[in-house]
Design a protein around this ligand. Structure first.
Ligand code: BG6
Length: 494
């Protein structure tokens, strides 16, 4: 079977930042690898009145950092067409349809269409409705729609959005992006768990003490202030990326490693999240907002942010899962802007041995030697290092008998990871293949919002004492306290 994929992409928001930073380079890499060849075309649409020539220049510029052969770049850019388009104007869809049909015939695209909605979600419904009413969907090929986050800002708005989309597309034609699901080590969670008896047989509340998920960012809000100030860290990172990661960490083994079976298990896991009562929010979730430090502005002084903004730029929370496997195991999650460093990691902390036979004066050479055994920790390093680390106890080198923690370490080597596809490239490839395994399905989105809505509502009704953390730290002290009150501590410390 030829690996070449055949499709017409229509990118709504074709002049935008996401298209230029992620989509065009990813499509180009698929082109370099031969997944896209002669039989593909891209229509970029947005309101700006660009010409095709200008658009080609933008495509070329977006690939500059790849240092690719200019002739290949020019050939690739030749597949791109720009159409100035007002998504609310029905007349514009008539021209879009004509151009789509022309390109379909010209490139032999067999009616295969991918609509990429890289713009504000309030337009998704209008676009989907017009695609149907103006007959831009084809009867002969596939029609798929890829949606960028945010998918709503609470359960109600997400449902409304979903209803609008499903009036045109079936669930199996909708590809909701969560770019964390395109990351190598997030995909690796299932291989590590279900490919190794030593992990899967210990992966439950009898052996695991707690699990910690950290998505730490060094930068502030940068140029996305307007979006971010209406969102905050809870909606921006927890509702989607963090709960998706939790579902992969906690789901039961799927019958087969297929999209449908995995979705069934992820939905079960998300349904099992213990919903918080409003009065439990304050003791289970911590919010933060960064202060100023030296040259770094406080969040409230960033451009386009109101000086009295109460938006959370940090969240830490304790999530419990009420099922047989996880009852009693806290899942601590945290994420924030302007933290100590940029990284993502998962720490699975195991229970200590039931009896510590080394905690005995006779077996120690001196009083400084370890008397307690550190818990085993399996760390999945998602980024920037991609690998797995295991902390275990072993005998300290030398005379006497003290134990000391040692590390077993695996990391993909930098050269190999540099050549492995980036999240958007993988996800576009999956969408071309009709494989939505690494996209979020409606029920997952619905349960995630229901969990998060209670927290957000409580926060909206209670004024926080912001700012409350220093840029370059790992968030407010209350985040450490959250674990301390359970007798735990963050494995990654500042
Ligand atoms: C996005 C958020 O979904 O993820 C951003 O909207 C955040 O605020 C980004 O910076 C982090 O992604 P990554 O891949 O850089 O960890």
């Amino acid at each position: 079977m030829s690996k070449e994929k055949i499709a017409l992409f229509t990118i709504f928001g074709g002049t935008g930042d996401l298209a230029q930073r992620k989509l065009y380079p990813s499509l180009f890499k698929l082109y370099q690898k031969g997944y896209l060849k002669e039989h593909f075309a891209v229509i970029g649409t947005a309101r700006r009145p660009w010409t095709n020539e200008h658009y080609h220049g933008v495509i070329t510029d977006s690939l500059a950092s790849l240092n690719a052969d200019p002739a290949t770049v020019a050939k690739f850019a030749g597949h791109f067409y720009y159409q100035s388009h007002d998504v609310t104007d029905a007349q514009h869809y008539v021209t879009l349809k004509q151009l789509s049909e022309k390109l379909d015939a010209q490139y032999g695209l067999q009616g295969n269409r991918i609509f990429y909605l890289a713009m504000a979600p309030n337009f998704f419904g209008t676009i989907a409705q017009h695609l149907r009413s103006e007959n831009i969907l084809t009867p002969n090929g596939f029609n798929r729609v890829i949606i960028e986050k945010p998918f709503g800002h609470d359960f109600e708005s997400a449902k409304e959005l979903n209803d609008q989309l499903t009036a045109t597309f079936n669930e199996n034609q909708i590809y909701r992006i969560d770019h964390y699901l395109g990351k190598e080590m997030i995909q690796n969670i299932s291989a590590i768990r279900f490919g190794n008896n030593i992990w899967e047989s210990l992966w439950n509340n009898r052996y695991i003490s707690n699990v910690q998920v950290t998505l730490s960012e060094k930068l502030g809000v940068e140029e996305r202030a307007v979006y971010y100030d209406n969102s905050g860290a809870l909606r921006d990172m927890v509702q989607n990326h963090i709960l998706q990661i939790l579902s992969l960490l906690t789901m039961d083994q799927p019958v087969e490693f297929t999209e449908k079976d995995i979705d069934v298990e992820k939905v079960k896991a998300l349904r099992s999240l213990r919903p918080l009562k409003p009065e439990e929010v304050a003791t289970n979730f911590v919010r933060g907002q960064y202060a100023a430090d030296g040259d770094v502005k406080a969040y409230r002084n960033e451009d386009k942010i109101s000086p009295d903004s109460n938006t959370d730029t940090f969240v830490a929370g304790k999530v419990m899962i009420d099922n047989f496997r996880w009852s009693g195991v806290p899942f601590y999650v945290r994420t924030g802007k302007r933290l100590a460093d940029k990284f993502t990691r998962i720490d699975v902390v195991f229970k200590r041995p039931i009896v510590n036979i080394f905690n005995h004066d006779d077996v120690r050479e001196n009083d400084d030697a370890a008397t307690s055994l550190a818990p085993n920790v399996l760390t999945i390093n998602v980024e920037p290092t991609e690998g797995v680390e295991l902390r275990m106890n072993a005998k300290a080198l030398g005379q006497g008998f003290a134990t000391t923690p040692v590390k077993l370490n695996f990391a993909h080597d930098a050269a190999a990871t540099a050549n492995s596809p980036e999240a958007y490239e993988r996800l576009l490839h999956d969408a071309l293949n009709g494989d939505a395994t690494n996209f979020t399905h409606w029920k997952e989105v619905a349960y995630s919002w229901k969990f998060v809505d209670v927290i957000q509502k409580y926060w909206d009704e209670h004024t926080p004492d912001f700012p409350n953390y220093r840029p370059g730290s790992m968030g407010p002290d209350a985040s450490d306290e959250l674990l301390r009150q359970d007798g735990h501590e963050w494995i990654y410390k500042e």
